[in-house]
Design a protein around this ligand. Structure first.
Ligand SMILES: Nc1ncnc2c1ncn2[C@@H]1O[C@H](COP(=O)(O)OP(=O)(O)OP(=O)(O)O)[C@@H](O)[C@H]1O
Ligand SMILES: [Mg+2]
Length: 505
């Protein structure tokens, strides 16, 4: 069999962590190979080494049987390797074509960039693989799904034959995931080889030929997808059985703590994105907002949490009108927020974990008194949360940016749950988490509800909504088109409502 990539005995040591421990990995020509493993297992690190972003501490890489020294991404690109990162890196005010040719501009003569040639080239590649990207669109105006395709196009434009996709589906809607699968099929038909990282086991089963499972830096096994199933994979991954079924007792709800009334909020382009939304959340219940991405969820959350001005309508929380309050005052009243964009809103990336774990209450006792920080308490607090939430890190003194994506998410979850809030507003709380961590977070959410917290869950994952919610509001085109009791809801009904239909009879 034709191995296009062979990584032999790759070890990568960061201060205090062996991120990759003598890893052996091969990629065959024309296959889709999934890298599967817990948060912090070492998947992104291994791929960053293959793409020349990190240098291995020891071990060798062979491409088409030849030993290579991939010093930096330019060398990787020359060898035909492309990578789409977990958090992507496009220049927002530029067009698609401008982004794609950035750093690799085709010239007419010595001075002028031949933008027309580039544009046509981009269009050809897009057509060939069914990417459906408009070369002239501005990045800032594109959905996350399309932005991701721009990243794929960029790699293909540079001649990628080997494509690394790091959690591409974490940010996609179910329909976009189907489309990505189609694109991957087209790439493979053309002889390209794909390395795919994903935590979604259904996709692993649908999309891959082989799977390499990594646990705590070590390869556990490489297996053919055909011979396995979802339960076996979950167990291989985390080393124990995983139960994604959530046991929920019936429970009486208490008083209304959040009331949103006829709320209207505009988006960045000043177009109304939330068009008169009303709902209530009581203590002891999980109210979920289900919907396809981009139907006003983001603006709704930002309007409630004081991060975006409200056009009209009102939000009442814990008996106070918070429509015009800023986020600090709202947090102060007892609202915890797990934001969708963990790097922008949830963490200070260059600060250490101990500091990140007290963000939002860092000025209060026991962490501070008369403006003097109590570092002993701050560190003890961080240590306890690292333990409880199984955050994979050598200690609490490293920066948030050196944590794996999923572990960054766990830091936010730990901090927000620990605030002992009245209401938890959780947006995409399990995005990027491994199945073991999802199981844990789901239990935490239900436990919070059982302890009479109110939970407002905003999720694109129908499975998650159905597993957790007591009531479900479906949002479509900036409006709540219906509210269902969990016992009356199912995937088909919700799907129809989310697509803009009235309630399915
Ligand atoms: N730049 C860095 N500096 C220090 N430690 C790092 C750095 N990058 C990664 N690590 C550590 O290496 C280990 C592996 O991280 P990696 O990002 O490869 O995990 P992952 O398998 O991609 O996890 P996830 O599913 O959460 O994305 C983690 O313990 C992480 O903290
Ligand atoms: Mg990763």
């Amino acid at each position: 069999m034709d191995n296009v990539v062979e990584m032999k005995n790759i070890t990568k040591i960061f201060p205090g962590v062996v991120a990759n421990d003598s890893v052996n990995f091969t990629l065959r020509k024309g296959e889709v190979h999934v890298l599967l493993g817990e948060n912090g297992a070492g998947k992104t690190t291994l791929m960053n080494i293959l793409y020349g972003l990190y240098t291995q501490t020891s071990g060798d890489i062979f491409l088409h049987g030849e030993k290579v020294d991939i010093k930096n991404p330019n060398v990787a690109i020359k060898h035909g390797i492309g990578m789409v990162h977990q958090h992507f890196m496009l220049v927002q005010p530029f067009t698609v074509t401008e982004n794609i040719i950035l750093g690799d501009e085709p010239m007419t003569g010595k001075i002028f960039v031949d933008i027309n040639k580039a544009r046509n080239n981009v269009k050809d590649i897009s057509d060939k693989f069914g990417l459906e990207v408009n070369p002239d669109a501005k990045i800032a105006n594109l959905s996350v799904g399309i932005q991701q395709r721009v990243e794929i196009l960029k790699a293909l434009y540079r001649g990628a034959e080997i494509l690394i996709l790091d959690e591409p589906t974490a940010v996609l809607t179910p329909q976009e995931i189907d489309e990505l699968e189609e694109i991957i099929n087209n790439l493979v038909k053309d002889g390209k080889s794909i390395i795919l990282i994903t935590h979604k086991l259904k996709e692993v089963m649908n999309m891959s030929d082989r799977i390499t499972v990594i646990r705590r830096g070590k390869v556990i096994d490489t297996i053919a997808t055909q011979g396995t199933d979802i339960d076996a994979l979950a167990e291989l991954m985390v080393g124990r059985k995983v139960d994604l079924h959530v046991d929920k007792k019936l429970k009486a709800t208490g008083e209304v703590v959040l009331e949103v009334k006829d709320l209207k909020v505009a988006d960045n382009r000043k177009i109304e994105a939330v068009k008169g939304v009303s709902f209530t959340v009581r203590t002891g219940e999980i109210f979920a907002i289900a919907g396809v991405d981009g139907n006003g969820q983001r603006e709704l959350i930002e309007g409630i949490t004081g991060l975006r001005p409200v056009k009209s309508g009102s939000v009442t929380f814990a008996g106070e009108d918070i429509t015009k309050k800023n986020s600090r005052d709202i947090i102060e009243l007892g609202m915890a927020h797990i934001p969708e964009d963990r790097q922008k809103r949830g963490l200070v990336m260059e600060h250490d974990l101990a500091e990140n774990m007290i963000l939002g209450y860092h000025y209060k006792e026991p962490f501070a008194k008369n403006r003097i920080m109590n570092y002993e308490k701050i560190h003890a607090h961080a240590k306890a949360l690292i333990q409880e939430y199984d955050i994979r890190t050598p200690n609490e003194n490293i920066t948030a940016q050196s944590l794996s994506g999923g572990n960054q998410q766990k830091v936010i979850l730990a901090r927000e749950f620990h605030k002992d809030p009245i209401l938890i507003l959780a947006a995409q709380p399990t995005r990027g988490l491994d199945v073991g961590a999802i199981e844990f977070v789901h239990r935490k959410i239900v436990e919070a509800r059982d302890n009479n917290k109110a939970v407002l869950l905003v999720s694109l994952e129908l499975d998650e909504v159905l597993a957790l919610a007591d009531r479900i509001g479906v949002i479509y085109d900036g409006k709540i088109v219906g509210v269902l009791d969990a016992k009356d809801a199912n995937e088909r009904k919700l799907g129809a409502m989310m697509a803009g239909g009235k309630e399915f009879q």
